[in-house]
Design a protein. Structure first.
Length: 107
């Protein structure tokens, strides 16, 4: 991901829910009813990245491989602020992070 050179915060007090963009192992078995978020950082995916989740045209989760490694960029919160209680209590919360870490670590 490429960070923008200006304030990239997107405050969404009305809430915005992520949309799966590509079928990816990180999403396997997760509930399809994603909770809303209250904001995120706008990022630009690198050309070789795969956008997995997005808010409208902005990526929420992008992943890519480089050499023998893997990397991921998640542009919102994993805890309260932009990630409200509904996100923390969502049945897919723990599996999402487990899948993400397993994928990045190539486990």
């Amino acid at each position: 991901m490429t960070c923008l050179t200006y304030d990239d915060r997107e405050e969404r007090p009305e809430g915005v829910s992520p949309i799966p963009v590509n079928n990816h192992p990180i999403l396997d078995g997760l509930p399809s009813d994603w909770p809303f978020f209250l904001g995120y950082n706008r990022l630009v995916p690198k050309p070789e990245a795969t956008v997995v989740l997005a808010f409208e045209d902005d990526p929420l989760l992008s992943v890519w491989s480089y050499g023998k490694g893997r990397s991921a960029a998640f542009s919102s919160d994993c805890a309260p602020h932009w990630g409200p209680v509904a996100w923390l209590e969502w049945p897919g919360y723990r599996p999402f992070w487990n899948h993400l870490v397993s994928w990045v670590s190539n486990a």
